[in-house]
Each structure stands twice: as structure tokens, then as C-alpha cells.
Ligand binder design. Structure first.
Ligand SMILES: NC(=O)c1ccc[n+]([C@@H]2O[C@H](COP(=O)([O-])OP(=O)(O)OC[C@H]3O[C@@H](n4cnc5c(N)ncnc54)[C@H](O)[C@@H]3O)[C@@H](O)[C@H]2O)c1
Ligand SMILES: O=c1ccn([C@@H]2O[C@H](COP(=O)(O)OP(=O)(O)O[C@H]3O[C@H](CO)[C@@H](O)[C@H](O)[C@H]3O)[C@@H](O)[C@H]2O)c(=O)[nH]1
Length: 327
């Protein structure tokens, strides 16, 4: 059985779905602070609880035959991490250390860890390879880097195996239309564009037009959430060979904020009302991955690499579920 923390969240629910489709037994631990019960595949077992609750975890590891943990649960708002750092130290660092402590006790020594491009901070060039300097510019990225480093010490000292996946920008939704992105508050670009298109929000604020990029807006590397999910399955295969690694997960293509708005307009046929605003603190100008390492070592091949497909699948979800799971 695979334990997925945060399996009721946006990315987690897509991973759980893929695991179930591959006939894996899945146990989700999620406190539903950000996730949705309805997002969890009915084939998986959901335990509503905190992944930092050591007693609950001890019970779970005693009762179920857990082979590996996919650790997705976290706080992940960059801006918030800079006003409430203690929340990120507690939720992303302390609680993950508790989880690792219980895993060691239970002799379960395999983890896929959700890391982030934010560990790189403001890179000087791109595409970003895994050996670039890791100098996070926000507490969120720092909290993920600390755990990556702890995992490496656990590997060396306790024979632990881990795969840290540094996701770039997760986007899109499962083509079934059953699951998708539903955050409250929403801070991500693509769902916010759709909120404007659906009339739930008056306009989209573009954060900064004076970046050193061709059109002055930030460039990001968007990766479909199902491709992310597939990479977790490849990561589990690596763990099963008692191997560890750190991998970037992106599409190796950058799109500016203005380009994403244009793609959304093409997909929906609706013009987006835009306001040009100030830069958002902590936003690097360009984040584009090199995903060569994961392609070569884990045979990762994205199926939804085309940006129009990514935006289209997200649109299908938002159009059919304008109020998310609360329908
Ligand atoms: N969305 C992205 O573009 C992106 C990019 C890089 C990394 N990540 C990482 O991927 C992971 C998932 O991101 P997401 O966008 O799906 O976020 P999300 O908020 O949708 O999902 C996180 C889930 O974890 C649960 N959770 C949070 N704290 C918990 C706790 N203490 N105990 C139990 N459950 C808890 C939430 O209820 C939620 O269901 C996070 O670790 C995030 O840092 C996301
Ligand atoms: O209303 C908005 C929202 C976003 N943006 C811009 O759109 C881009 C993408 O922003 P967003 O969707 O919020 O994603 P990021 O801030 O790039 O962060 C995501 O991608 C990172 C990795 O690249 C992860 O670490 C984070 O967890 C994940 O939220 C950025 O340039 C933002 O400045 C706007 O201009 N207006």
C-alpha cells in the first residue's frame, strides 16, 4: 500500500487517481484544510487527519502494510511564507520530521517528496539543471530545501531512499473532468484567468511588466498535473530498486504571463480583462526547467506537453465546475 499525504489536494488527487488506475492500493492522509473529500478516488482509503500527528501515524503504520510514502501535504503559498514563516517551519519542516521519525520506527524507508523550483531562488540562467545553486528567496522554498537535505542525511545514515521531485508550475486537469484545481483562496495564474473569464472576478492583475523578458512579464514552465502524477509512479519504481535521486519536473519551455493569457483567450474565445500591476514580491523573472535528467534516468515522457492542451484541460474543469468541488 502507498501512503499519500495531501492526497485530497490538487496534485495529490491526480496522483491518487493514477495510482488507482495502476491497481495500487492507496491510503490518503489529509486534514482537508485545503483539499476536498470529493477529489479522492473512491478506490483509495481516506483518513482525515494531520500528517504531523505521530500517534495517528504510528497507528496507520501498524495497521497497514505501507511500502512507501508520497509526501505531498504542505503549505505552499510563497507570499504567505514571507509574512508567516513560522507556519512554514511548523507545517513543512517540523511535521515532515515527525513523519520521517515514525517512518524510521516503522522501518518504512522510501519517500517521494514534493519539492519545488522555488529551491533555486533567482537563477542566473536557464534551463535550470539540478546542480544549479539552491538559494531560495522565500521561506516556502527554504522549507522544501531543508527537507531535501534531511532526506539525503537519512539516506547516508539510515539507508533511507528518497526521490525529491522539484516541480515547476503544475497546471491543467484530468481529462475525465472529474478532478481539477480548486484552491481557496486561489493564487495561481491559470485558474485566476478562468475566474475572470467566468465572471467571478472582474479582472486579472498581471504582476509586473518590467521584468527582463521579451514582453516584460514573468516566464514560467507549466507542466500538466497528470504528467506530474506519472513521474511519481516512475519515482516509486526507482525507490523499489533501492535508489534515490533529485529531479526537476517541467516541460523545458517557458511562457510569459501575457502568452498564457493569450492561450486562454484562444482556448475559450473570450477576451480577458487585464490590469497591469506591480511585481509580486519574491517572483523570479524566469523559471524554466531542464528535465533531461528525469527523461534519461527515469524514462519520463510528458504526454500533455503542449501548452494549449494544458490550458484546455484546465478550462474544461473550470467551465464545468465553476464553483469547484462545492457544486
Ligand atoms: N501547485 C504547484 O504548482 C506546485 C509547484 C511546486 C511544488 N508543489 C508542491 O506540491 C504539493 C501539492 O501542491 P498542491 O498545489 O496540490 O497543494 P494543495 O494545497 O492543493 O494540496 C495540499 C494538500 O495537503 C493537505 N494538507 C496540508 N497540510 C496538512 C496537514 N498538516 N496534514 C494533512 N494534510 C494536510 C491539504 O488539505 C491539501 O489537500 C505541495 O507540497 C506543494 O508545495 C506544488
Ligand atoms: O494574479 C496573478 C497570479 C500570478 N501571476 C503571475 O503568473 C506567474 C505564475 O504564478 P503562479 O501561478 O502563482 O505560480 P508561481 O508563483 O510561479 O508558483 C508555482 O510554481 C512554483 C514553481 O515554479 C511553485 O514553487 C509554487 O508552489 C507554485 O505555486 C507568476 O509570474 C506570477 O507573478 C500574475 O501575474 N497574476
Amino acid at each position: 500500500m502507498i501512503l499519500v499525504t495531501g492526497g485530497a489536494g490538487y496534485i495529490g488527487s491526480h496522483i491518487v487517481r493514477q495510482l488507482c488506475l495502476k491497481n495500487e492500493k492507496v491510503l490518503v492522509v489529509d486534514n482537508l484544510s485545503k483539499g476536498h473529500k470529493k477529489a479522492v478516488d473512491i478506490r483509495a482509503k481516506l483518513i482525515v487527519g494531520d500528517f504531523g500527528d505521530e500517534n495517528l501515524l504510528l497507528e496507520i503504520f501498524k495497521k497497514y502494510d505501507i511500502k512507501a510514502v508520497i509526501h505531498m501535504a504542505a503549505q505552499s503559498l510563497v507570499g504567505e511564507s514571507m509574512s508567516q514563516p513560522e507556519k512554514y517551519f511548523e507545517e513543512n519542516i517540523s511535521k515532515t520530521l515527525s513523519l520521517l521519525k515514525v517512518m524510521l520506527k516503522a522501518n518504512v524507508k522510501k519517500m517521494v517528496f514534493s519539492s519545488t523550483a522555488a529551491v533555486y531562488g533567482e537563477p542566473e540562467k536557464w534551463p535550470i539543471t539540478e546542480d544549479f545553486p539552491q538559494k531560495p528567496t522565500n521561506v516556502y522554498g527554504y522549507s522544501k530545501l531543508v527537507i531535501e537535505q534531511c532526506l539525503e542525511w537519512y539516506r547516508q545514515i539510515h539507508g533511507f531512499n528518497y526521490v525529491s521531485l522539484r516541480y515547476f508550475n503544475a497546471a491543467g486537469a484530468d481529462p475525465s473532468g472529474d478532478i481539477g484545481e480548486d484552491h481557496n483562496p486561489e493564487t495561481h495564474l491559470i485558474p485566476l484567468i478562468f475566474k475572470v473569464i467566468l465572471g467571478e472576478q472582474e479582472e486579472l492583475t498581471v504582476f509586473g511588466t518590467d521584468y527582463p523578458t521579451p514582453d516584460g512579464t514573468c516566464i514560467r514552465d507549466y507542466i500538466h498535473v497528470n504528467d506530474l502524477a506519472e513521474a511519481h509512479i516512475l519515482a516509486l519504481n526507482k525507490l523499489n530498486k533501492d535508489e534515490s535521486g533529485v529531479y526537476n519536473l517541467g516541460n523545458q519551455k517557458g511562457f510569459s504571463v501575457k502568452e498564457i493569457i493569450k492561450v486562454a483567450e484562444e482556448v475559450t474565445g473570450v477576451k480577458v480583462k487585464v490590469r497591469y500591476g506591480q511585481r509580486r514580491p519574491g517572483d523570479p523573472a524566469v523559471l524554466v526547467a531542464s528535465s533531461e535528467k528525469i527523461q534519461k534516468e527515469l524514462n519520463f515522457t510528458p504526454k500533455f506537453g503542449d501548452i494549449k492542451t494544458i490550458v484546455q484541460t484546465a478550462w474544461e474543469w473550470h467551465k464545468n465546475n465553476p464553483r469547484g468541488y462545492d457544486r
